[in-house]
Design a protein around this ligand. Structure first.
Ligand code: FAD
Length: 282
């Protein structure tokens, strides 16, 4: 069982917890993006095992409104083993997902993986007529070119600020520069592309800009946030907008949880209070 520290951010160690959480989100009118935690595999057997896990998950995802989706990491599907291994595993998942009309997101990892990830996305978006989406990171200096490259690819783009510490020659450093890049990319997505737009941020300034751009360009978008982060805001937004929550599960929760805590000291205080409460039986 997950300790109280982690269960705010992770839906459980097995798919049972994830499926239960998808139902709970459905009651709140929020869609799920389910991710089985795992990354950086060097052994093809590990990548295959996670692929099998996603195939089993596909059989169990409940029908919800908005429909539940999945998100996979390239290094989890074997990119570290080789691009062919990654593509084989991803192809299997997307083929089965397409048969059940389940949308598959491809997370974006550090800059060394961007080209291979975009190649896989473009091939599958064409083959499955937009049944897949990819994440683009505002902190990377290359991303305006990637938006232009993907402008007419049938699929969806999830715009994030970027979670990886990248070298300064490749990435904007510092909150203000990344925020400015995020704003610029949002404008480009709405004004210059025909893709589905997913605004993945907890930042109200970016959310407000996306709402304004949606009105200006008469285009819909979806909003995405993480499990355990600004959940009240997620519910408020879901009253009028399409909202999805990223729902990680699996036994590899420690590094994911550490990342969330590192992002925000308040989460550590929350975690420590939860431990004290559980020890005190409150
Ligand atoms: P920030 O400027 O970091 O935060 C804005 C405000 O949000 C903060 O002031 C605070 O109020 C709140 N907030 C942010 N984080 C937390 C937190 N942990 N706890 C409590 N409050 C918080 N990155 C990738 O590189 N690749 C991916 O594939 C990827 N996929 C993602 C998918 C989703 C659905 C989301 C929401 C994020 C994803 N990210 C991904 C992470 C992203 O790059 C950022 O690191 C993360 O979202 C924090 O940035 P922010 O836009 O929320 O803005």
């Amino acid at each position: 069982m997950l300790p109280p520290i982690a269960d705010r951010f992770v839906a459980g160690e097995s798919a049972d917890g994830a499926v239960a959480h998808v139902h709970a989100l459905d009651d709140a009118g929020i869609g799920a993006i389910v991710n089985h935690l795992g990354e950086h595999y060097d052994d093809p057997a590990d990548a295959r095992a996670d692929t099998e896990e996603y195939l089993r998950l596909l059989e169990r995802l409940p029908a919800t409104d908005p429909p539940a989706t999945m998100s996979v990491k390239p290094s989890q599907l074997g990119l570290g083993v080789g691009e062919d291994a990654f593509r084989d595993n991803l192809d299997r998942i997307v083929e089965v997902a397409a048969a059940t009309d389940t949308f598959v997101w491809i997370d974006m990892e550090d800059h060394t993986t961007t080209d291979a990830t975009l190649r896989a996305y473009e091939a599958l978006a064409d083959e499955y007529d937009g049944g897949v989406g990819v994440c683009l990171q505002a902190n990377l200096r290359r991303t305006p070119d990637d938006v232009a490259r993907l402008a007419d690819t049938p699929g969806r783009i999830r715009l994030v600020k970027g979670a990886y510490d990248e070298p300064a020659e490749l990435a904007h450093r510092g909150g203000a520069a990344v925020d400015e890049a995020y704003r610029d990319l949002l404008r480009r997505l709405f004004a210059e592309t025909s893709v589905g737009i997913a605004v993945a941020t907890h930042d109200d300034a970016m959310i407000d800009l996306a709402l304004e751009l949606g009105t200006r360009y008469d285009r819909d978008c979806e909003f995405q946030m993480l499990m355990g982060v600004r959940e009240r805001r997620q519910r408020e937004l879901a009253a009028t907008e399409t909202v999805y929550q990223y729902v990680p599960y699996g036994s590899a929760w420690v590094s994911y949880f550490y990342r969330r805590v590192r992002e925000r000291r308040e989460n550590l205080r929350f975690a420590l209070r939860a431990i004290v409460d559980s020890v005190a039986g409150r």
